[in-house]
Design a binder for this molecule. Structure first.
Ligand SMILES: Cc1cc2nc3c(=O)[nH]c(=O)nc-3n(C[C@H](O)[C@H](O)[C@H](O)COP(=O)(O)O)c2cc1C
Length: 359
């Protein structure tokens, strides 16, 4: 006996992992004759909501970003209508890797806990949560995984997701996400720091290199509308969530994560921050060991990092009109190295299936 008549899945994806996971889940439900609606929540536009009262099961599927759920999914869940006991399930895709024959898991942090808590506050009943270790798409950190390894990780994940779907649809409660609870709790301060500041710094590390032909694909595809044309070239706004869709899907590899530029920004910000904090202590006589001051320095540092990085990025964007500077930024970007693969196999497959049309 199935738990629901209607299945609603809301997903967000940078590079296709969460979409594939949603499709596997939906296929299991379809085989049981359940009515399904799978929706991508890009830009939080054109999203329909389940009718209250029917026997609904609602799923949220999203990538893990900085040991947390992707910010756009958190925003979506926060604005979701109240639940009156409706069943929900959560799945976060993580950075799966494969070392020799061993499949290595990613780390969830609060990526399941926080959405589950928000949904509980809204009156929903979480009946299942599970991380899925799909191929890592975090290209600024490592070159894209080799295609053969990507498919083997995906083949490994499919039965896991289908089993989870079958269990949840049959009404069993599955909380695989709780296995790593102590470790996830331990790294939750990093999740908080990433959410408050890290993601804004990352959004200011993207640049369009000389291969960019202004085709506009990155602008059209960005799930948070965070890319616009400034001074004739793509410019990443602070709202960018570094989902990696643009960097991985650009057909001419014209988008780089500028490592050299990021280091320069970090050195300038750290020096300015140290000088500012020291000046405040010297001028006001604040005890540098006071607890409240230590807490305040964290807030000042994060705010300073966001503001200074954003300002430097703006200046750099205009300065990169100068060719030698553009070249310098490019050659200090690891992503520009010829062997630095992108993670775009799922996108290519989808485009082949849809004749090049994205959905
Ligand atoms: C900015 C960023 C942060 C990430 N943080 C984590 C993380 O904390 N833990 C993890 O396991 N994977 C992390 N990843 C990897 C992605 O969550 C993983 O590759 C996911 O499967 C991508 O799914 P998608 O293709 O649906 O976007 C991160 C990726 C990016 C781009």
């Amino acid at each position: 006996m199935d738990k629901c008549d209607n299945l609603w899945i809301y997903y967000i994806t940078g590079t296709g992992n969460a979409r594939l996971v949603s499709q596997w889940f939906a296929a299991e439900a379809s085989a049981r004759g359940i009515e399904i609606k799978v929706q991508r929540i890009d830009r939080l536009e054109n999203i329909s909501m389940p009718a209250p009262g029917s026997k609904n099961l609602i799923g949220f599927v999203y990538p893990t970003h900085g040991f947390n759920a992707a910010p756009i999914m958190l925003k979506f869940i926060a604005s979701f209508p109240r639940g009156l006991g409706t069943d929900v399930f959560l799945m976060n895709t993580r950075a799966g890797m494969k070392l020799s024959k061993i499949f290595m898991p990613g780390l969830s942090g609060v990526a399941l806990m926080l959405p589950a808590f928000l949904l509980w506050l809204k009156g929903y009943k979480c009946t299942g949560c599970r991380p899925v270790d799909m191929p890592s798409n975090w290209i600024p950190l490592h070159p894209g995984i080799k295609e053969k390894v990507v498919w083997s990780i995906i083949e490994h994940c499919e039965p896991i997701v289908r089993r989870f779907a079958s269990d949840v649809l049959s009404g069993r409660k599955i909380f695989r996400g709780l296995y790593s609870f102590p470790l996830d709790l331990l790294i939750s301060p990093i999740a908080l720091a990433y959410y408050a500041g890290g993601r804004f710094f990352l959004s200011k590390t993207f640049i369009a290199n000389d291969k960019c032909n202004n085709c506009g694909l990155c602008i059209r595809e960005c799930p948070t509308s965070s890319i616009s044309i400034v001074a004739g070239r793509p410019y990443w706004k602070l709202s960018c969530e570094s989902c990696m869709r643009c960097l991985n899907h650009c057909p001419v590899k014209a988008i780089d994560a500028a490592h050299g530029m990021a280091v320069l920004f970090w050195v300038i910000f750290s020096s300015a921050n140290a000088w500012l904090l020291l000046t405040i202590v010297n001028k006001t006589g604040i005890a540098p060991d006071a607890f409240w001051w230590k807490a305040a320095t964290q807030v000042i540092s994060i705010a300073g990092m966001v503001l200074i990085t954003a300002a430097l990025y703006r200046v750099m964007h205009y300065a990169m009109k100068i060719k030698p500077l553009r070249l310098l930024v490019r050659i200090t970007s690891l992503t520009s190295l010829p062997f630095w693969r992108r993670y775009n196999y799922l996108n290519k497959k989808r485009n082949n299936q849809t004749g090049g049309q994205s959905n």
